[in-house]
Design a protein around this ligand. Structure first.
Ligand SMILES: C[S@@+](CC[C@H](N)C(=O)[O-])C[C@H]1O[C@@H](n2cnc3c(N)ncnc32)[C@H](O)[C@@H]1O
Length: 403
């Protein structure tokens, strides 16, 4: 690989904004990629992937480069140099790379790799918490898996096309995919590509959705004609899947505390041809109360630490704080206590998170079942999906029934 000056400089600029100004990596990369219209797909993927890589390995690379935050421009070049040397990429004859101590970099890497928190490049608190909650062996495996680059998985929108036909349609647009065993609607891309530009996407034939996330709507056991409340619907990844499973029949009420996310949901629903989703913003308690005892199915895709999706969001390693986790656990329990009231007798509810921590998952369900609100519920089954077992995002889902 030959390094191109304008691409490396764009990467350094992006890193400076992410690390020093606290901006979100995905937003910064999106903005950076718009900077030069002449950049082709390889140039764009160099910037995006290198930036994500250095964000992912921030702690390890900054230790090796012996630099500390806030990073000066020359510090970011030193981290970039570590990235290049460890990948065996030849450094060009630029002043920024003069006198690079290649052997020292490799030696430091070998030494630091003996300690998990450096090897896996995570904050101390996260390493301690992971080990405490999952045990040393499982955490060691899991955090290694969560550092892999996530594959691009899409969900065929059965309202418009079968997964088999979608493979053929995408092949016509030169996107190679294959179906995934045990995930009925999922396709995996053989190579990363900007699929949002395809006609297939614009015509609503698929959505980008990780394989583990695609299990959640299936888990809820919906049928056409039911009344389903998706309580934390966000931009609607699961609502859209539910609409497809319900063949557009019945009613899906999509709730969230953020109206802008629901607006995006509406746009996506239109593209997908999903006609049975109604959005309601939770502006006050009345919105919830009006729905008490009314739903055949309730989905709680709860806000969480996102520790199961570090592969696609490595930035979260540095943005997450232990205090946020304490707060989010409280919110999760409040949501369970309150939103479960929307379910009819005999109805079913799924509590799901994209976290691998038992304290956000099975412990929350246990606490709920032992509480006053939960005494009429029973746990039918649950699934703990580790990224190290599945190869996809870490997830948890529990199916509960109201007696
Ligand atoms: C895991 S995300 C949902 C993802 C979404 N279901 C999907 O599949 O694309 C959790 C969502 O919960 C929302 N949220 C946070 N607190 C909430 C609350 N108290 N009530 C309802 N939604 C909440 C967040 O805005 C966020 O969109």
């Amino acid at each position: 690989m030959r390094l191109h000056r304008n691409l490396v400089f764009a990467t350094i600029d992006a890193l400076s904004e992410i690390f020093n100004e606290g901006s979100y990596a995905d937003k910064v990369i999106e903005k950076t990629l718009k900077r030069d219209k002449r950049w082709g797909s390889r140039d764009r993927s160099f910037i995006a992937e290198t930036t994500y890589d250095i964000v992912r390995w921030k702690r390890l690379y900054s230790e090796i480069a012996d630099v500390k935050q806030p990073f000066k421009r020359e510090d970011l070049f030193r981290m970039f140099t570590v990235w290049a040397v460890l990948r065996g990429i030849e450094l060009p004859d630029w002043p920024q790379f003069a006198g690079t101590p290649e052997r020292r970099i490799k030696g430091r890497f070998d030494e630091l790799s003996k300690t998990r928190k450096y090897r896996e490049s995570i904050p101390d608190w996260m390493d301690e918490l992971g080990e405490k909650e999952l045990g040393a062996d499982t955490w060691t495996r899991e955090i290694k898996a969560l550092n892999n680059q996530a594959p691009v998985v899409i969900r065929a929108n059965r309202l418009k096309i079968t997964p088999k036909d979608l493979v053929a349609v995408l092949a016509q647009e030169e996107i190679e995919t294959h179906n995934l065993k045990n995930y009925p609607d999922a396709l995996v891309l053989k190579e990363r590509a900007n699929i949002f530009k395809t006609k297939a996407f614009q015509n609503g034939l698929f959505e980008v959705q990780d394989a583990s996330s695609q299990r959640v709507a299936d888990f809820l056991d919906v049928k056409p004609g039911m009344r389903v409340v998706d309580t934390c619907a966000g931009a609607g990844g699961k609502s859209l899947h539910l609409a497809a499973l319900m063949e557009n029949k019945g009613q899906i009420i999509a709730l969230d505390i953020y109206g802008n996310k629901l607006k995006e949901l509406k746009r996506r629903a239109k593209r997908a041809g999903a006609h049975n989703i109604e959005t309601r913003s939770i502006d006050n308690n009345k919105v919830i109360k009006k729905l008490y005892n009314s739903a055949d199915r309730v989905l709680i895709d709860a806000p969480c630490s996102g520790l199961g999706v570090l592969s696609r969001n490595p930035d979260a390693k540095w943005k997450l704080q232990p205090e946020f986790l304490d707060k989010i656990r409280e919110t999760q329990q409040q949501i369970l206590q309150q939103y479960s009231k929307m379910l009819k007798k005999g109805g079913k509810m799924v509590y799901a998170t994209c976290s691998v921590l038992p304290s956000e998952n099975q412990k929350q369900v246990e606490f709920f079942l032992n509480s006053d609100e939960g005494k009429d519920f029973k746990l039918l089954k649950d699934e703990k999906i580790l990224s190290s077992d599945s190869g996809y995002d870490g997830f948890y889902m529990a199916l509960l029934e109201k007696k």
